[in-house]
Design a protein around this ligand. Structure first.
Ligand SMILES: [Zn+2]
Length: 326
């Protein structure tokens, strides 16, 4: 995946390399799916690139770095069977930091979920930051810099992963999924600036099905007088699983939130509906109180779906949505 946005960060990094004043430790801060890994790999590729104009994106150094496969760019993350980064991983990293790079002039370490390093791990890393080996660059990726030790923070430069504009997310998605124009519009709103999340939503077929189902439900409602039972759009042959139900309720809540906003604002920023005519019609047919009460039920169900019985939750949702049916 190529880097979108963050141009100023890339330009600063290039300038620092050219004047020989590159910092050895960076914290890349940004929400889940904001592109922290892509940014870290792009910056690392500038150190692995042999072209005059770095990063060229086409040489072996660039390509292997962007794919996460360059031998001198080591990526560390929480092991699958653990919930934190163990000290052993950091000790190994420190050992590697003092070994000369095999191909490039630099060794780069990308630590994903850096806030999941234990305190002893962070302290071990701190010692390296205090006397860094030559030509070694660390990128610590985290959603929030304040989750790291202050001492570590004070020895690194913080780069904020910029939130992309809707337009930027949209054009990246359209390029990637040229035949899914309808979904692109909706997913873009739901992901609010996070390209990673948008791609995750696009590629999750089960979730796309849920979004499609909720969208069909409200389409139907907008055409008729009242709300319908949720069961009208559920397939009678395919029982709903707990996970699907939880997704369905979440998207119902987002759609109901959109509708509720239309009572109060002329041009609210809608998250679920891409076609204003659908919620506009519902507004003329339902009272704000009815919408809010269904929304509140969704919220209660979201908190309870883990324990709630799937059948009971659907029945509750049905009776709320279809109440006062004219
Ligand atoms: Zn290159």
């Amino acid at each position: 995946m190529t880097l979108i946005g963050n141009k100023a960060t890339v330009d600063d990094f290039r300038r620092d390399i050219s004047v020989g004043r590159l910092s050895h430790a960076f914290i890349i801060e940004g929400a889940e799916g904001s592109g922290k890994t892509v940014l870290a790999r792009t910056l690392a590729s500038m150190l692995m690139c042999n072209a005059d104009n770095i990063p060229c994106g086409a040489c072996k150094g660039c390509i292997t770095t962007l794919a996460g496969e360059h031998p001198d760019v080591k990526e560390i993350d929480v092991p699958e069977d653990k919930s934190f980064i163990p000290i052993d991983s950091i000790r190994e990293l420190i050992k590697d930091a003092y070994v000369k790079p095999s191909e490039a002039g630099y060794t780069v370490f990308i630590i994903e979920n850096a806030h999941k390093m234990t305190v002893p791990s962070q302290n071990a890393l701190l010692q390296v930051f205090e006397e860094p080996p030559r030509n070694t660059v660390f990128f610590l990726l985290t959603p929030d810099r304040n989750l790291l030790l202050k001492t570590l923070l004070s020895r690194a430069r913080v780069l904020r992963c910029e939130v992309l504009s809707e337009e930027a997310v949209k054009s990246a998605l359209t390029e990637r999924y040229p035949d899914k124009a309808d979904s692109v519009e909706r997913i873009m709103r739901l992901a609010s600036g996070s390209l990673g999340e948008a791609v995750g939503l696009m590629e999750n077929e089960a979730l796309s099905e849920v979004i499609e189902l909720v969208s069909r439900y409200f389409d139907e409602v907008s055409k008729g007088a009242g709300f319908y039972k949720l069961s009208t759009v559920l397939s009678p042959t395919k029982p709903v699983t707990r996970e699907q139900l939880s997704d369905i309720i979440s998207y119902f809540a987002i759609a109901l939130r959109d509708i509720a906003l239309l009572y109060a604002e002329e041009e609210p920023r809608l998250m679920f509906f891409t076609d204003r005519s659908v919620p506009d019609k519902i507004v003329t047919r339902r009272t704000l109180r009815e919408i809010v009460s269904s929304f509140e039920l969704c919220e209660r169900l979201i908190q309870r779906t883990v324990s709630a019985n799937v059948g009971t939750a659907i029945a509750l949702l049905n009776s709320s949505l279809a109440s006062d049916m004219k």
